[in-house]
Design a protein around this ligand. Sequence first.
Ligand SMILES: [Fe+2]
Ligand SMILES: [Fe+2]
Length: 219
Amino acid sequence: MIRLLVNFLVAVIDLLYKNRPYPRFYVLETVARVPYFAFLSVLHLYETVGAWRRADWLKVHFAESWNELHHLLIMESLGGNQRWPDRLLARSTAVFYYWIVVLLYAFSPRSAYYFMELVESHAFHTYDTFLKENEAELKAQPAPQVAINYYREGDLYMFDEFQTSHQLSERRPSVDNLYDVFVNIRDDESEHVKTMIACQHPDAQNTFKSPHSVPVLGR
Ligand SMILES: [Fe+2]
Ligand SMILES: [Fe+2]
């Protein structure tokens, strides 16, 4: 059922945005970070009622939402949000989608993580195809400043934090042109897939850690 739902949503967006890649990516990235907000909300609720506390999960999911925010800012800098119908579609879908994922995560966290694994895997393949089909044009265009700041110039704590399969500072990608930027976004999506798989592990409650984690009692 989850796979069918993802395929249906993807087919609708692909049809609506056939020849408009940046508005399409803008819509996808607006919606893409919503599940991380939903995970954070439910985890906060668990902490508030004293049911469960794992600070690392909050940190990593927030860093994932921060990463998706930067994908969104890049799409906005490329003009993806210029038309109001695209903004309306993205925002209204995101509000609706948030509550669906809150319910799914509250009742079955593993299903929610599986759902997100499929969504992130679709994002990876979407950007991979886009890179293959537009290599020459992308290499001829400059990287947006927001991408340069996020991947190279700024504080890279949050960039390292969402990559649970890497050691700190292991991934320092180039960001010399727009092609590099889309390679980085595609590779970020692949990191999200790996993290979503790690979160479904039967022993994840004990094994899943923030890359910056140091052993502290009570976390
Ligand atoms: Fe993304
Ligand atoms: Fe993503």
